[in-house]
Design a protein around this ligand. Structure first.
Ligand SMILES: *[C@@H]1O[C@H](CO)[C@@H](O)[C@H](O)[C@H]1NC(C)=O
Ligand SMILES: *[C@@H]1O[C@H](CO)[C@@H](O)[C@H](O)[C@H]1NC(C)=O
Length: 365
């Protein structure tokens, strides 16, 4: 089979290599020998990966599409690449990774997606290689969130590179099964806190029998240095330059030089509540206010007169600001509702008396 365009093809049995870097390609050439093992299409102008581009390339081990203008990847575009170990798609224009785009890559070890414009990764996107992937690079994208549950299943993951995104949250327990992780880069994201995780204990070295040494980087995040980060401060680390963003009195101070006693939380204080007693006609709606301050931000729960914890249901709703709405009151709602505000530092409660007036008293004349 001829070598397409200005590509360089090397056939040193059993390895067929095709190098088409900087050859002005606008699409993946159709005349590629389907037995190719290594295919490099770096520095071209390929804008889309079509379903047929890599069809039948069951021997392909290494595919590089870095530095093109790829904005579209067809569903199943890589579905025949059963042998593929490394896929480089960095420095392109991808805006999302959908569940069907990376289907079939059951042997993938390295997935490099850095330097795109990715805002969203669907939860099924990595399903094909959850147990094989070793190196996942999503740095320099626009990610606000990741499918953490999927990441938590990548048991062979070695390096996770997520720096320079907009991530503001890491799900607790994500790293529990990632025993092979040696590098986690979360630099320059929007994290206010990190979930306590055995992973970080591993990163402090020392210990009786140090397992795999681990490097965790999280500088350049707006850390909120209250008691919830005390566990992290208690780890021994050296030469790290992370700073705190809030609370105000710790702004810009070096995380590792702040004394433990200054990592403080404030227990909840209920500042605004329903006026002690509410009168409502049976069947009508009533809203009970309960607002609380504290550090960290308290979570508000409501308990009904019969002791049930209330949530969102067909008849009740707890709003984000702590207000309880009972949309249709019944006589059984008469009694004391209790607002409970809680955070890591403690709990505050406030009782609210509700008196439901029976409906028939109004209609009997
Ligand atoms: C892939 O193989 C199938 C079956 O051999 C064939 O029908 C099809 O044309 C091939 N596709 C390409 C793009 O080579
Ligand atoms: C209940 O629904 C409201 C929006 O209607 C939402 O803001 C709130 O978080 C929900 N509460 C719970 C406990 O799911």
């Amino acid at each position: 089979q001829p070598c397409p365009g200005r590509c360089i093809c090397q056939n040193v049995a059993p390895t067929l290599t095709m190098l088409c870097a900087k050859t002005g390609l606008l699409f993946v050439p159709p005349a590629i020998d389907r037995r190719v093992v290594e295919l490099r299409l770096t520095d071209n102008f390929i804008a889309a990966v079509r379903r047929r581009d890599f069809a039948n390339m069951t021997s392909l081990v290494h595919l590089t599409l870095s530095r093109n203008t790829i904005g579209q990847v067809a569903a199943g575009a890589f579905a025949d690449l059963r042998a593929l170990r490394a896929l480089h798609l960095d420095s392109n224009r991808l805006a999302e990774v959908r569940g069907d785009q990376l289907r079939g890559l059951g042997n993938l070890r390295h997935l490099i997606l850095g330097n795109n414009q990715i805002r969203k990764v669907e939860s099924a996107a990595f399903d094909a290689f959850l147990s094989t992937v070793e190196d996942l690079d999503l740095s320099y994208n626009n990610l606000e969130a990741l499918p953490w549950e999927a990441v938590g299943q990548m048991v062979n993951l070695n390096t996770l590179t997520l720096d320079h995104n907009l991530i503001d949250h890491i799900a607790e327990g994500t790293f529990v099964q990632l025993h092979k992780l040696v590098r986690l880069d979360m630099t320059s994201n929007r994290l206010h806190k990190l979930p306590p995780d055995g992973l970080f204990l591993r990163s402090q070295g020392g210990g009786p029998k140090p397992p795999t040494p681990l490097t965790v980087s999280f500088g350049g995040n707006p850390l909120h240095c209250n008691c919830e980060l005390l566990w992290l401060r208690r780890l021994t680390r050296e030469d790290d330059l992370e700073t705190c963003a809030t609370p105000e009195h710790l702004t810009d101070r070096y995380f590792w030089s702040i004394p433990e006693e200054e990592f403080l939380c404030e227990p909840p204080l209920i500042t605004r509540q329903a006026g002690g007693r509410a009168l409502v006609v049976e069947g009508q709606a009533v809203s009970l206010r309960c607002r609380a301050v504290g550090d960290p931000e308290p979570v508000v729960h409501w308990v009904a007169p019969d002791g049930r914890l209330l949530g969102n249901s067909s008849r009740t709703r707890v709003r984000g600001d702590g207000t309880l709405d009972v949309t249709i009151t019944t006589l059984r709602d008469s009694g004391t509702f209790t607002c409970i505000a809680s955070n890591a530092a403690g709990e505050a409660t406030a009782p609210v008396e509700v008196c439901v007036v029976p409906l028939h008293h109004h209609h009997h004349h």
